[in-house]
Design a protein around this ligand. Sequence first.
Ligand SMILES: [Zn+2]
Length: 452
Amino acid sequence: MESHDPGLQYGRTPEEPVNLIIQGGTAVTMVPGQQPIRNARVLIKKDRIMEIGPSSEIPFPKSSSMETIDAESAIIMPGLVNAHAHTAMTLFRGFADDLPLKEWLFEKIFPAEANFLSPETVYRGALLGCVEMIRSGTTCLADGYFFQDQTVRAVHASGLRGLLAQGIIDFPAPGVPDPKQNIHMGKDFLEKWHHFSHRITTGLFCHSPATCSKKTLRRSHEICREYDVPLQIHLSETEMEVAEILRAHGTRPAHYLDQLGLVDSHLIAAHGVHLDKSELKCLHEKDAGLVHVPESNMKLSSGIAPLEEITAMGLKTGLGTDGSASNNNLDLFGEMDTAAKLSKVLTRRPDATKAYQVLNMATLGGAAVLGLDKETGSLEKGKKADIIVVDLKSPHLCPMFDPVSALVYSAGGSDVKDVIVDGVSLMREKELWSLDQDEIMAAVREIAKKIR
Ligand SMILES: [Zn+2]
């Protein structure tokens, strides 16, 4: 091989075996500062990206064991990161709509969870959520819920990557009838699954500063530090929560968590609708992550988080759907569109929160919030092969002047045709490879008959 061979400039030995090739179309890599790559080629070896660049610079390998995904008339991009979900809540999709959060949660969702959640139903609901996420291009999710062993089982079976956290709340909860046992259950969860799979990281999920006591919050944080895992929490979702915390503790929710020592780089706070400037500054200075959940906030009329202000501060920010009972789907493409437009409504500035910013929140930014950005969230040599291919052949994607604009403002989850996680195909040409969709949907319909 002569020295001018472009393959060599990427450091690849030409004979090195390749398992999978994705080629043609435009690669939106989400590597900061990198322009989209036209007529791209991606070489995948085992679970990692071996090469990515223009086809003209990366020779087609000669290995016989490789498979090829045709991405012509398509966009190749990092799989999406859903940074806040309760996957098994697909069971309650459309069960209680058009209600205020407190009534929705305490009169509908909590009682339904108490009556209908079991290890079996959580497993089935989580599988359905995984099907939906794969179909709409999510390759990595952060989840906090109960009977969480079952979500681990489902995510593991689906082939997705996940940060899965045991729910902690100071009320009797599904699988934790005695709240005095909640910390103990959380620790058991971490002990059991901490080293289970390289695709699954674990954590704890404190429901909120209003539904967990000081002692519970402090102890959860200590355990997360002990295991070096993230602590997820709902934070400042409603004005009522802010008023409750102010009344009970004399300070606003983020400062209250900070006083307890919870605000650090391991904290993942979802919602953040009513955080004031000093709270945002506190989260930023301590390198905590914030997950924007616009559709759930809209549906429960919780308010509009000041996204433009949050991202302008440089706070680590991801995007999430929340559970299907308050959204009511897990499609991050829809969430990106909503996030960008809602920010323009709030600021009354059409140039606020540009398409690239929300795409970053749904990929590399979300991965950073989850502490997984060294492995996933962008298409780079050496990173995990967590990749989706978005088909551009539908009329709503024609013509395409700018791939980022097309992804955020025109595409939907149903435009995703191929999904690869850890170098493994979970969906090819819209056909699921890892899960049996018909069987999963039939099982959930049976559970729904009882819920109804
Ligand atoms: Zn939530």
